[in-house]
Design a protein around this ligand. Structure first.
Ligand SMILES: Cc1cc2nc3c(=O)[nH]c(=O)nc-3n(C[C@H](O)[C@H](O)[C@H](O)COP(=O)(O)OP(=O)(O)OC[C@H]3O[C@@H](n4cnc5c(N)ncnc54)[C@H](O)[C@@H]3O)c2cc1C
Length: 388
């Protein structure tokens, strides 16, 4: 009955990278995406590659493989991902002590350089010296996430993969076996179905009676047109409130609230940050909020004003740039461990989602996943599957 070896649901960076790697292994693969015009987390991503962020032998290996893949990805995919090396500047609030904040980063594979205010402003002249006590500097990579995603999709299609714009409305389930998917106009059968639907993965699987520990934030940001100001680095706060928000939202006592439709159980947070792309446009962000309803209405005027106010403190010259407000869902998993591999107790159903530092993790893990799917020896995917 299976028409395809693999159906991949969702064509953000996780689904596009995985579709490409599966097609490269010779699998007959169908990639299904609901939106013709991208409006997803990948599209609104800053594009940073945190290859310094491995904390265990496993994550350090994935980070190392990730940055090596990215350095050669334009050539491999035959389209420019705009890869470059960039300094990541993590700002430290004026009242905090830089060396104390730096200790929070001691578990990472690469240690940050601690810079005082003068050193920070020499590296990034747009920083407000009065708002910081210093910065942490990491070697970081940068890509254009949307162009990288398109490059993966085009390479996938050249390998014979099929990309269709059709929303998946449910999985085809026979007892404990998933046999394919139902879209708004067709049914497709496959030996294997993998969910890469980002923040909507949880809802989609719930529709099929499958409960997973994957969560999502509502991220909000401002996108500017190309402008003349030049930001040299990628700027984010050293103490990211988003990480705390995610930890709170996955605490055991909160878990059951995720099953209820319109919960707003934790106040939103602002992590002032900015990146400039090679065409001169900026993404300025970011607010993260937790609502269990993916379609919840957010007041864009209030959100935009909050982002601009936060940005004025750190990077004053960006305050009045022209720009449009956007929102998207960002999937995350508990303890920053992605959900990769088989969905427990089911046959033919898999997850590939919930990454932290998705842009550096997804390409190597997609490669490992495809090797594992081809029953080649792989030591990474079985380790991650234990988390599902
Ligand atoms: C402002 C911001 C800055 C960020 N900066 C960074 C960064 O610097 N570095 C980094 O690594 N990460 C960053 N991230 C996070 C990163 O962008 C995301 O983790 C990543 O893009 C998620 O990819 P994804 O494929 O899981 O999800 P998405 O990109 O959201 O893709 C999921 C896709 O599934 C589709 N879909 C959903 N449901 C269905 C369905 N039923 N049928 C068919 N298709 C469906 C959606 O339309 C979507 O296209 C940032 C995120 C934001 C918002």
């Amino acid at each position: 009955m299976a028409n395809y070896d693999w159906i991949v649901i969702g064509a953000g960076i996780t689904g596009s990278a995985l579709g490409y790697e599966l097609a490269k292994k010779g699998f007959r693969t169908l990639l299904l995406e609901k939106d013709a015009r991208p409006d997803n987390a990948t599209y609104y991503s800053y594009g940073g590659l945190a290859y310094w962020s491995g904390t265990t032998e496993l994550t350090r290996q994935i980070c190392q493989e990730g940055i090596e893949i990215h350095r050669n990805l334009s050539e491999e995919l035959g389209a420019d991902t705009e890869f470059r090396d960039i300094d990541l500047v993590l700002t430290i609030d004026a009242q905090d002590e830089p060396t104390t904040v730096a200790t929070n980063y001691s578990q990472f594979a690469i240690a940050p350089q601690v810079l005082d205010v003068a050193g920070a402003c020499e590296l990034e002249p747009l920083l407000n010296p009065n708002a910081i006590s210093g910065v942490l500097r990491f070697p970081h990579g940068h890509i254009h996430p949307h162009k990288t995603n398109l490059a993966y999709q085009q390479a996938f299609c050249r390998l014979g993969g099929e990309l269709k714009i059709e929303p998946v409305v449910n999985l085809l389930r026979q007892g404990d076996r998933i046999e394919g998917v139902v879209t708004d106009r067709n049914q497709y059968y496959a030996a294997n179905t993998v969910v890469c639907a980002g923040g909507l993965s949880r809802m989609l699987l719930k529709e099929a009676g499958i409960s997973i520990r994957l969560y999502f934030t509502h991220a909000q940001l401002i996108k500017t047109p190309p402008v003349d100001i030049r930001l040299r680095t990628l700027v984010m706060p050293a103490t990211q409130k988003r990480m705390l928000l995610e930890a709170q939202a996955t605490a055991p006592e909160i878990e059951s609230l995720w099953e209820q439709p319109s919960q707003d159980f934790i106040a939103g947070v602002l992590d002032p940050g900015a990146v400039q792309f090679l065409d001169g446009s900026f993404y300025i962000g970011q607010i993260s909020e937790i609502y269990t309803n993916p379609q919840v209405k957010i007041d864009s005027a209030i959100s935009e004003a909050q982002i601009r106010t936060g940005m004025t403190i750190i990077l004053p010259s960006l305050q009045n740039l022209p720009g449009t407000w956007h929102r998207c869902l960002v999937a995350f998993a508990k303890n920053s461990l992605p959900l990769v591999g088989e969905i427990n107790h089911l046959t033919g159903a898999y997850l590939f989602s919930g990454f932290t530092s998705t842009l550096v993790f997804a390409p190597p893990l997609a490669r490992h996943f495809a090797s594992w799917a081809a029953q080649e020896k792989d030591n990474i995917i079985p380790q991650l599957s234990a988390n599902n």
